[in-house]
Design a protein. Sequence first.
Length: 374
Amino acid sequence: MSANLQPTTNADWTLAFVMPNLKSREPFDFGDVSIVGGDEELLEEIEKESPASRALLSGFKTSLGVDKRPAALIYRKSHKFSNPWMAMVDARNAVAVASACYGWIRTIGQANAFALRYTDHFDFYPRWPSADGKHLIYQGPAISLLSEVTKFSGTTHPYLSVTDFSQPAFDLDLLHSLAKAWRRVHVTQRPSRQDRRLFRALSVAYEACRVPQAMDTPLYDHGKHCSLWVSAFETLAHSGIWAGHTQVVTLIGKRNLADARLSRKVSMKISKKGGKGGKPKTASLNLPQRLYTRLYAARNNFLHGNKLSLQDLIPKGLGDQIRLLDTAPLVFYTALEACMLTKPLPPTKDPMEEIRRILRYNALEESFVRALGL
């Protein structure tokens, strides 16, 4: 996804939003929309033309008071988007969810986590330059503001670690597939139904993959995030008629698992009703499908007001200090691969490319093994 941004003139690009909680060495380029690190030379050119952009790009500190230059989302003024705001948000969501999920794949069960695991890092700061570049504006349901640039001072989220050590990790194959879907929606404007469901699912997954702390009670926070994850799965797996447990586990099952510890089918209760004689309904499921089923059950208990125990949120069989929510990004990534990477890659005679393919394919399975504490 990295690319050199080479505008014809300095006026080709403009600043849309800053992302103060993000440090990234690589740009994420979608053509007429790009997410760039704070050190990108092009931002210096934008600052010269817009006092508001200069205030945003130079006015941040970390929660500890250290100067922090934010990452930014920029776009070409000559774009042809029918809905520029939606195009930018969909691009951000694709990068954020793919990176956060892959961050969990890289770090779950590890002593140190240097890859970003939460989408909060990709949040837009709720101020942006006015059209004339002289003011900062905000328009929202609660308040609308127009403020002077000379008085601006911003900080990163105090609950996040924003350092050079924490960088987004991503899988290029999946990110390229998401970018192709984005172009069908926002550039050629010829999306399939699945494309629309994909970006709706990513928008919900963006919320699900936040740090679970907004409700200030671990039980409710975890229950809420389980609910969001299930909604993201069901949107992604929607058949056009219905989406439920069966549709989701069917989609997850399309991703082949080479490791026998993960692919082994185990009978699991999936419903209290059904079956002859009123017996509970069961299904034979592999590991990712069983983890989703536990997530689905926790969501039902939370939303239906049933008893929600610690074992619902930290089930037996997982590794030490690994929660059910920690595995949700792994399972969602499994569903994304099953949905997006359906066509086999063409044969290659390049041994390094063959090794890269093997390593990227095995990374997900290795993360599940670590999640089990094996």
